[in-house]
Every structure is written in structure tokens, then in C-alpha cells.
Design a protein around this ligand. Structure first.
Ligand SMILES: *Cc1c(COP(=O)(O)O)cnc(C)c1O
Length: 233
């Protein structure tokens, strides 16, 4: 008991300082790349992180968070969200059609729309719940079997169907394959967004957010660099 308490104290990082450091680096990189007008949204990815760390971010004034699983997000944010004004929750993980209702109820932005069936389910739920959430289309730029995201050849059809359904598509999102140079994937995402006339680019995580900022990311999803490593144990 004493042990784990002491360890908790020692290991609790300074969340506010980490957020400041990440923001500072984003601003520096935007200036460096001569895109100082770009002020990317910093999405603090709170999945798997203990409540005390998430609260520390909230107490530091941070309000934009990302979660990748609906049920876990409900458990955490169902009570936490009403406690703080202005919390914005992004769903950044793959979504099953049968969770669409729960996702629309809890989240403010859905970044992981990657197939027509899901787009239809979301449109139905948004209508039912009288909500119109901004959505992003997730693109599988690395063509990985195990990863969510639409393949580039299916992107225009998905985009058109979303428009027909009345969904508010604001941008694209990608997760580059581990070990690949992320700049290739960021450049592809930017190209696809331009072709569709979409403004927002959700790209960059703890390992590559500075690069993403320099390449024009509008939404940067950072977990580890803010909260420390996730403990899946
Ligand atoms: C977990 C996750 C992140 C954050 O990853 P870190 O490397 O911890 O910053 C970003 N985007 C998505 C889609 C994730 O699932």
C-alpha cells in the first residue's frame, strides 16, 4: 500500500508542463516551417491513462481529448465530462456499427469514419439524436490489413456517400505504419484532402507530431508525450 502510493507520487508526471512543452514545440515547428498561421488543435489522447492524470490535464485548463474505445470512454467521461465546461471529445479509434448510437451520444467529433456502412449508421444516429457531429475520414495510407481506414481508391466514394447522407465531413485522419517515414503518409493525406477540398488534417502522434505540425496538421493527437507511457497491465 505504502509502496504503490509512494511510487504513484514519484511517477506522476507534470502534465501541465508536458502540455506546455508539446504546445511550444508545435508553435516552434510551425514557425520553422513558415506556417506560423497554422495553430493545430492539440488533442490529448487519454486512452488507458489513469483518472488522476486526466484530471491533472483538465485542472491545467486543457479541454480537448481523444479516446479510441467507446466503452472505455463512456466509463471515464460519462461522469468527468459534465464536471468541466467545454470538454471536447474526439473518437480516434475504430468504431463498430453497433456502437454508433453510444459514440454519437458521448463524442463531439468522430475521426475514424472509414466505410459506408458506418457512415450510414452514424447519419441515422445523428438524425435520431438531433446532432450533427463533425467527422473525419480515416485513410489507411499504409494499406495495412490490420489497420482501420479507407483505401485511397475507395475514398472518393466514401466521401460522396457521406455528403449525400448530410454528414459534416471536415477532414482526413491517418496513422502511419510503425517504422515507415511518416512524412510520406502526411504528404499523401494532405494531397487527398486537397483533392476533396477538405481543410482539416489529423496527423501526428507523440513520435512525429513536430513533423506533422511542420507539414500542416490541423489536429495533433498526443498521448504518451503528455501523460507518459500507457500501462496496459
Ligand atoms: C493512441 C493513439 C494516439 C496517441 O499515441 P501516442 O504515441 O501515445 O501519442 C494517437 N492517435 C491514435 C489514433 C491513437 O490510437
Amino acid at each position: 500500500m505504502t509502496n504503490s502510493f509512494a511510487r504513484g507520487l514519484i511517477m506522476l508526471p507534470d502534465i501541465a508542463a508536458n502540455i506546455d512543452a508539446v504546445r511550444h514545440e508545435i508553435t516552434r515547428m510551425c514557425a520553422h516551417a513558415d506556417v506560423p498561421e497554422n495553430q493545430p488543435e492539440l488533442i490529448a489522447v487519454s486512452k488507458v491513462q489513469p483518472l488522476e492524470k486526466v484530471r491533472a490535464a483538465l485542472e491545467a485548463g486543457h479541454r480537448v481529448f481523444g479516446e479510441n474505445r467507446v466503452q472505455e470512454a463512456e466509463e471515464r467521461w460519462g461522469t468527468l465530462k459534465p464536471e468541466y465546461d467545454g470538454v471536447i471529445l474526439h473518437l480516434i479509434g475504430s468504431l463498430q456499427t453497433n456502437k454508433a448510437a453510444d459514440a454519437v451520444a458521448l463524442f463531439d467529433v468522430i475521426q475514424s469514419v472509414d466505410r459506408i456502412k458506418l457512415a450510414r449508421a452514424l447519419a441515422r444516429e445523428m438524425e435520431k439524436q438531433s446532432k450533427s457531429l463533425p467527422i473525419y475520414l480515416q485513410v489507411n495510407t499504409g494499406r495495412e490489413d490490420q489497420k482501420g481506414g479507407v483505401l485511397k481508391e475507395d475514398l472518393p466514394a466514401l466521401y460522396n456517400e457521406c455528403k449525400n447522407l448530410g454528414l459534416s465531413v471536415v477532414g482526413l485522419m491517418c496513422i502511419p505504419p510503425v517504422g515507415d517515414d511518416p512524412s510520406l503518409h502526411f504528404a499523401l493525406l494532405k494531397k487527398f484532402a486537397k483533392e476533396l477540398g477538405l481543410e482539416r488534417l489529423s496527423m501526428g502522434m507523440s513520435g512525429d507530431y513536430a513533423l506533422a505540425a511542420a507539414m500542416g496538421a490541423t489536429d495533433i493527437r498526443v498521448g504518451t508525450a503528455i501523460f507518459g507511457a500507457r500501462d496496459y497491465a
